[in-house]
Design a protein. Structure first.
Lengths: 150, 248
């Protein structure tokens, strides 16, 4: 019995519906292209941060569920939303940051149980909180993003 | 459908002119960066474009083989005001004008000019695909009835209860007379503005020639005009007069 050689090539794992509607892979438009760039950055981070102490500073690895939640969150952001930077914190949770200068910053942290923490600085106003990300970006995050760009 | 006319506040989020090329022996990215820096100083903001690829191979009687690859696809340049973006990639050239849209003549002239730069530095062998893609974003007040704004809004069977909270539709058509294809996507998404929702009308009009078009964009002028006309036909037939009046 012989088996056909099967070679799978994909730039991302299985796409969610929100990812699919953001266009083909890769998408050359600015509207979706920057999203795909961040999605790839996230994927690259996930690959790097698979083991305990992956960064040599004792950081926990990213779990598959944290990565999956972060990926879905990113896909659900409106195309009009500014593009975030993405990183991993010492607890293995994914961090999205929008930095519009020293007085305009939004940070969103997503972990394995879909819990979402955020901190916002806009001018002299600071706020932070926790919510859950299930299928849609919470309205509070959308309002925070609007304040960043306004 | 809406009457075709110039809309002063056209809801165009991004106008894209795209040419795909046969892979070339590529100039070094540093050389591309230097060339653009010298010849197009207005496009001063530069970003690398990367391709990540993962492979999984199955062979009889062997463990699966995984491999990863990261490859430099090219460079992205944009003007300081972030309104013009151009990509010089190994597989093609993409030019974008972001909102606010100006007019076709200005946008195409700039794309044409930068295409000349691309040909000079990248030396493509042939053009395999040309495209005009306009992404429109309609910002509409909630609550809304989609049928008031879209000519082909998605429908739900009468006896299925519920209120729509999101949708996406996509269809690809072939215009047989010209060989031009049209990928029409309608999609709802949340808006950053309170009390509003957004609907994206993403109209991607393209033509493929596996034997290759020439690299002289002037010989493709007629094709681009046909694609532009089809793009406009799609847009004005996709929206109602009520929608068009919002953007006059």
């Amino acid at each position: 019995m012989t088996f056909a050689q099967l070679v799978l090539t994909s730039t991302l794992e299985l796409a969610t519906p929100a990812e699919i509607v953001k266009g083909k892979l890769p998408d050359e438009s600015v509207t979706y292209g920057l999203y795909w760039q961040v999605a790839r950055d996230l994927q690259s981070l996930y690959r790097e941060a698979q083991a305990e102490d992956w960064d040599g500073e004792g950081s926990a690895p990213i779990s598959e569920s944290s990565y999956d939640n972060a990926r879905r969150f990113l896909a659900d952001l409106p195309s009009s939303a500014p593009i975030p930077e993405v990183d991993v914190d010492a607890d293995g949770e994914v961090v999205f940051e929008w930095f519009y200068g020293p007085a305009k910053v939004l940070t969103v942290v997503i972990g394995s149980n879909a819990r979402l923490s955020f901190a916002r600085l806009t001018g002299l106003s600071e706020s932070h909180g926790r919510t859950f990300f299930v299928d849609e970006v919470p309205d509070e995050i959308l309002r925070s993003l609007q304040q960043l760009v306004s | 459908m809406a009457r075709r006319r110039h809309l002063k506040k056209a809801p165009i989020s991004e106008a894209v002119i795209d040419l795909r090329v046969a892979l070339t022996t590529v100039a070094d990215v540093n050389e591309i960066a230097r060339y653009v820096r010298v010849n197009e100083p207005a496009y001063s903001r530069k970003k690398d474009l990367w391709l990540y690829e993962g492979r999984l191979e199955f062979k009889p009687d062997e463990d699966p083989i995984t491999s990863q690859r990261k490859e430099h696809r090219g460079l992205r340049f944009e003007t300081e005001d972030e309104k013009y973006v151009v990509q010089f990639r190994r597989d093609g050239f993409t030019f974008s004008r972001l909102a606010p849209y100006t007019n076709w003549e200005t946008v195409f002239a700039e794309a044409r000019r930068l295409w000349g730069r691309y040909v000079e530095v990248m030396s493509p062998e042939a053009v395999t695909r040309v495209a005009v893609r306009f992404i429109n974003r309609l910002s509409l007040p909630l609550p809304l009835s989609l049928q008031e704004y879209l000519m082909c809004a998605p429908t739900v069977p009468d006896d299925v209860p519920g209120v729509a909270s999101g949708f996406v539709t996509q269809i690809t058509l072939l215009h047989e007379e010209t060989g031009i294809s049209m990928r029409i996507t309608q999609k709802s998404e949340k808006s950053l503005e309170p009390g509003k929702t957004a609907i994206l009308l993403d109209n991607d009009v393209f033509k493929v020639d596996e034997d290759g078009f020439g690299t002289d964009i002037d010989t493709l002028a007629g094709t681009f005009e046909q694609m532009r006309d089809l793009k406009n036909t799609i847009f004005f037939n996709s929206i109602t007069e009520k929608t068009a009046e919002i953007y006059e």
